[in-house]
Ligand binder design. Structure first.
Ligand SMILES: [Fe+2]
Length: 239
């Protein structure tokens, strides 16, 4: 089965999932959408800050629509469809909703960035608490060049672009030992990281050059956002 996002569910995966497990996961995933929405004010639910973004209320309605339209419709026709077809669709709906949870956060982040009142999505009094800060010095893990296997290969859920499993040659690389911090990201910006062509994909750099993008220092220096000239931008703080 394929969906609007190109997802695919393989029947064997569904057969290994019990109804109770699926129901528990369904409740967990759906509850997380509500948890993500909880820090927002009512007005935040309806904001669409650019054409590519969707309001929070749309994400919530759209993911609910999936279950109502595809799962309830299937259940209504039980007897015509062989079980466990409905379970496969629930599985797909959960992955679909998790995609939209990422989108919801991306979209509200853009909406808040565009808000002159500079609202914060998460504060210390929010029901959602920020993840603990990465601690300790950042180290680097080295991986030698090698022929490796990538791609989905098994009975579980996978999207089209995750298969088939195949060999690729991966050049030697290093990976940071922990997630990057905001301070480190700011240092990267202050160091001119956004202004170096080798750190962009070619299409991205083309857009940067065509539209004159420059990094925003922070929410209070909006004159420097997006299309100002470099000389009009105050220097970014270091550290
Ligand atoms: Fe969708």
């Amino acid at each position: 089965m394929r969906t609007e996002e190109g997802g695919r569910v393989e029947q064997p995966a569904v057969l290994t999932t019990t109804g109770a497990e699926l129901a528990a996961r369904y409740r967990r995933v759906r509850a997380f959408s509500e948890e993500l929405s909880r820090p927002l004010a009512v007005e935040d639910y309806v904001i669409q800050s650019m054409p590519d973004a969707s309001p929070t209320k749309w994400h919530l309605a759209h993911t609910s629509w999936f279950f109502e339209t595809f799962v309830l419709a299937l259940l209504d026709r039980r007897g015509e469809d062989e079980p466990p077809a409905w379970a496969a669709v629930v599985e797909l709906g959960l992955h679909h909703e998790q995609q939209h949870q990422e989108l919801l956060l991306t979209d509200i982040k853009h909406a808040f960035h565009a808000n002159p009142l500079r609202p914060a999505y998460v504060t210390h009094s929010s029901p959602l608490t920020p993840s603990p800060l990465p601690r300790g010095e950042r180290g680097w893990l080295s991986y030698p060049a090698a022929l490796r296997e990538i791609g989905h290969d098994g009975p579980g859920f996978a999207f089209d672009n995750e298969s088939p499993r195949h060999h690729v040659f991966v050049a030697a690389f290093r990976l940071a030992s922990r997630p990057v911090t905001n301070r480190e990201w700011l240092a990267f910006m202050a160091d001119g990281g956004y202004s170096r062509a080798p750190l962009w994909l070619s299409d991205g750099w083309k857009t940067v050059a065509a539209q004159g993008w420059h990094p925003t220092r922070d929410g209070s220096s909006r004159a420097c956002a997006s299309r100002a000239t470099p000389s009009s931008c105050p220097p970014l703080p270091r550290g």
